[in-house]
Design a protein around this ligand. Structure first.
Ligand SMILES: Nc1ncnc2c1ncn2[C@@H]1O[C@H](COP(=O)(O)OP(=O)(O)OP(=O)(O)O)[C@@H](O)[C@H]1O
Ligand SMILES: [Mg+2]
Length: 470
């Protein structure tokens, strides 16, 4: 809003001050005026103007000196200098010192209007960028990594500690476990959060182009290099470079990467001059890097260099408590996105989700839930809304008896072989066993099973085990 934008007009010529005030006020800006450099500094301190429109030649403190003091007081203000033709050189020099622009006297009012308008747009854009960046860093805060699994919680704590340093981090884990989410958390929780976070997927770029992607190239470095191009290392300077699928990096580039990590410098492809950079590396892969080192496909020295901090994300099937948690999260998210009112999962649907091995991990779960939200016609998600192969897998495992565990569960189930019944029987068995091993003490049983005492009582009632004495 222009009404929120405060312009300070500084000129020793009263008629110019008055004219500019009237014109800019008509455009909607708030204006104040000052007669010379010293008054301007006072007004600058008192009014915190967004834009300063200032003459260069003034008695006492001139415009250049005043501008420098203003920059020292508050670097964010946008300063436009007004200059006579004779001082054009000074004005051009001032641009290097951080002045937004200059206008040569005598100017016409349209020109001034345009310039102030541009300064205003630039400030507005900067504000929007800040909002976006804050939102982005918000969405990568560690607490956005949903989990209740103890190993994952420990991993989040380790990630937070790792974020505070500039140490290289390697993130390992199967496809879809959240490697990129963790990589972004490392960056957005680090002191580099306001600097760039640049990603490069080493597996998605043709081998011949990878070097130039990483290090950039000079014009004419190779056929097709029609202009100079900066690489990811330069783009990430001051910030973090996320090398995804690092296991796909060809050996020859592994050597070059190692050198950058050691010397913090490199040359562009086809270039002579050495570029110095300060970049933090976070690498990720779904491959077993240690095994690749043994097999000779990943350099040992690079592995050690990268592997300063190692975050291994467990697959979803190893943290079953996260399945309902994430399922609920994605349900809420996709129900809102698709404008559907769905509150939860029916028991059988939840049991089906919990019984699935999730080879595609969290991403697969997100997709399954989104599909279910789209397919469902009721207020809950039912098993038949889930991908058909889920239920089939569970059913055939139960029917074939190929899993000793499922067979054991099925045993007391009687005639009813529905998954819901199997799951309930299994639950009853586990509860009964735990109760027994705790001599019937319900509080200890509840603690051991990781549920509240109230939930245990409810389940005991449901499984008709509630005659058991405390
Ligand atoms: N613990 C979690 N909490 C919330 N969302 C998660 C969690 N883990 C993963 N996700 C979400 O799941 C999706 C997949 O995660 P991500 O892309 O980080 O996985 P990845 O390990 O990089 O996968 P790939 O190996 O396929 O590249 C993303 O949308 C991510 O936001
Ligand atoms: Mg990824």
């Amino acid at each position: 809003m222009k009404q929120d934008t405060h312009v300070l007009i500084v000129d020793d010529d009263e008629s110019i001050r008055r004219l500019l005030s009237v014109v800019l006020a008509r455009e909607g800006y708030q204006t104040t005026t000052a007669e010379d450099g010293l008054q301007a500094i006072d007004a600058f301190k008192a009014g915190a103007p967004d834009i300063v429109l200032m003459d260069i030649r003034m008695p006492g403190l001139n415009g250049i000196e005043a501008m420098q003091q203003m920059h020292a007081i508050r670097p964010g203000a946008t300063i436009i200098l007004m200059t006579a033709f004779a001082e054009l050189d000074t004005a051009i020099q001032a641009i290097k010192l951080g002045v937004f622009d200059y206008v040569v006297k005598p100017f016409d009012l349209a020109e001034i209007n345009l310039l102030v308008e541009r300064a205003w747009q630039m400030r507005d854009m900067r504000k929007q960028i800040k909002v976006l960046r804050d939102e982005l860093s918000e969405s990568f805060r560690l607490d956005r990594i949903l989990t209740q699994d103890p190993a994952m919680l420990a991993l989040c704590a380790a990630t937070e500690r790792a974020s505070k340093s500039s140490a290289t981090v390697v993130i390992l884990g199967e496809s879809g476990v959240g490697k990129e989410l963790f990589a972004a958390s490392v960056h957005y929780n680090s002191p580099r959060a306001r600097q760039p976070f640049i990603k490069l997927n080493c597996g998605a770029i043709p081998e011949g182009l990878l070097e130039s992607e990483l290090f950039g190239h000079e014009k004419g470095a190779f056929t097709g290099a029609v202009s100079r191009r900066t690489g990811k290392f330069e783009q990430a300077n001051g910030g973090t470079l996320f090398l995804d699928e690092i296991g796909e990096l060809p050996l020859i580039l592994q050597v070059k990467l190692l050198r950058v990590l050691q010397d913090k410098q490199f040359e562009r492809v086809g270039g002579e001059t050495t570029q110095k950079v300060d970049v933090r590396i976070v690498a990720a892969t779904h491959r077993d890097l240690a095994a690749m080192v043994e097999a000779g496909t990943f350099r040992r020295d690079l592995y050690y260099r990268l592997n300063v901090i190692n975050l291994s994300i467990p697959p979803l099937r190893d943290r079953p408590v996260d399945i309902p948690l994430l399922a609920q999260h994605f349900l809420r998210k996709f129900a809102q996105e698709h404008g559907r009112e769905i509150d939860g999962f029916d028991d059988l649907a939840l049991a089906t989700l919990q019984g699935h091995p999730w080879p595609g991990n969290v991403r697969e779960l997100a997709n399954a839930v989104e599909r279910a939200v789209v397919m469902s016609s009721g207020k809950s998600i039912f098993a038949e809304d889930l991908p058909p192969e889920f239920a089939e897998r569970a059913r055939s495992a139960a029917a074939d008896g190929d899993s000793a565990q499922l067979a054991a569960i099925a045993e007391p189930g009687g005639e009813d072989h529905s998954l819901k019944n199997l799951v309930r029987n299994f639950e009853a068995q586990v509860i009964a066993q735990t109760l027994q091993s705790n001599q019937g003490n319900r509080s200890r049983t509840a603690t051991e099973l990781g549920i509240s005492r109230r939930a245990l009582l409810y389940k005991l009632h449901e499984c008709k085990l509630d005659s058991t004495e405390e």
